[in-house]
Design a protein around this ligand. Structure first.
Ligand code: TRP
Length: 333
């Protein structure tokens, strides 16, 4: 990665498959980003255990997330793709950065407050220091850009503050990272309650498209999507269900809203839903095929993540030894 390109770091939670919302909002931008940037993608298993995990499920989900990353077009030779737990620098740097982070700052994190309310029986210290580990992920590589959704903005802001504080105290060192907002991207809503974001934790399985759903399932879920009684495909206030389907169809086909309205002029919702379902299924088909191939070749996956972790470590060990020197630790060598 010795070139002039800017560096992108992204962490992905190993929570099983992605939704169509994740795909349209984030995942499908990943492969093209590799043209313009050096990219590092980490499956953040250390972050995952801040909530209770069943070990076998975590291991399974982690491997699936890794395979999915490659299936979505991340090239493990060009980019670095690895498991966070395979690079000890993240946890090590996190300790140092935690000593440059205030209790008050972490107490203000809205995700901590939300998750403590949701997991009241397990408000562990890791849940509290989660954003420090995230800062370490990013700063260990001196990443320039971090693609994040709205829910991670506050954490990125904290990472920037930690970097700036460290730089002030010990002399300019860390790159202060910026958020990366993809050029294309749309908010995808639930198919059953289109005022709510599409989420895989929705109780109604028809509300959410998973990117590994097969064609029949996808078409069926779109068939059952909630719309309205106007029976006219047009984008307008109050037509949340249709607006959502238009947004999805537009992001899949590249057609504008006007083009879509014209295409379905005089046609019913049944035709429209079928067209959206098929467009989505066709776009996701190559990912599903590639994913199945990768999951059938664990040796290849292992080769990829082992090499990814080695390359990651090479970068962060350098960062870490400089940090240790700056804070005043005696040289180990
Ligand atoms: N907290 C992020 C999320 O839940 C995942 C994450 C961990 C991350 N470390 C990161 C994202 C570093 C970007 C950069 O989505």
């Amino acid at each position: 990665m010795e070139n002039e390109k800017k560096l992108i770091f992204s962490g992905i939670q190993p929570t099983g498959t992605f939704t169509l919302g994740n795909y349209i909002g984030a995942v499908r931008n990943w492969a093209p980003l590799q043209e313009e940037y050096n990219c590092i993608y980490s499956i953040v298993d250390l972050h995952a255990i801040t909530v209770t995990q069943d070990p076998a499920t975590l291991r399974k989900h982690s491997m699936e997330a890794y395979a999915l990353l490659l299936a979505c077009g991340i090239d493990p030779k060009r980019s670095i793709a690895f498991f966070q737990s395979h690079n000890p620098s993240h946890a090590e740097l996190s300790w140092v950065l935690s000593c440059a982070t205030q209790f008050g700052e972490l107490s203000r994190m809205t995700q901590f407050k939300d998750k403590s309310a949701k997991h009241a029986d397990n408000i562990n210290a890791g849940l509290f220091t989660y954003p420090v580990l995230m800062a370490a992920d990013i700063l260990a590589y001196n990443a320039d850009l971090v693609p994040i959704g709205a829910d991670q903005k506050q954490h990125l802001e904290l990472a920037r503050n930690i970097a700036q504080r460290f730089n002030q105290r010990y002399g300019d060192f860390f790159t202060v990272p910026d958020g990366y907002i993809p050029k294309l991207g749309a908010r995808v809503m639930s198919l059953q309650n289109p005022t709510k974001k599409m989420s895989k934790s929705d109780e109604n399985p028809n509300a959410c498209i998973l990117i590994l759903d097969d064609k029949d399932t996808i078409v069926r879920k779109f068939k059952r999507a909630v719309t309205d009684s106007e029976a006219c495909v047009r984008y307008a206030e109050g037509k949340d269900g249709i607006n959502n389907l238009i947004t999805i169809y537009s992001s899949m086909t590249g057609k504008t809203v006007e083009e879509i309205e014209r295409e379905f002029d005089g046609k019913g919702y049944g035709d429209f839903k079928l067209a959206v379902g098929e467009a989505v299924a066709d776009a996701l088909e190559p990912i599903r095929t590639e994913y199945a191939k990768l999951m059938g070749d664990k040796a290849y996956l292992k080769e990829c993540y082992t090499e990814g972790a080695e390359r990651a470590r090479r970068i962060t060990q350098r960062t870490l030894s400089k940090v240790y020197r700056k804070v005043g630790f005696v040289d180990a060598r």
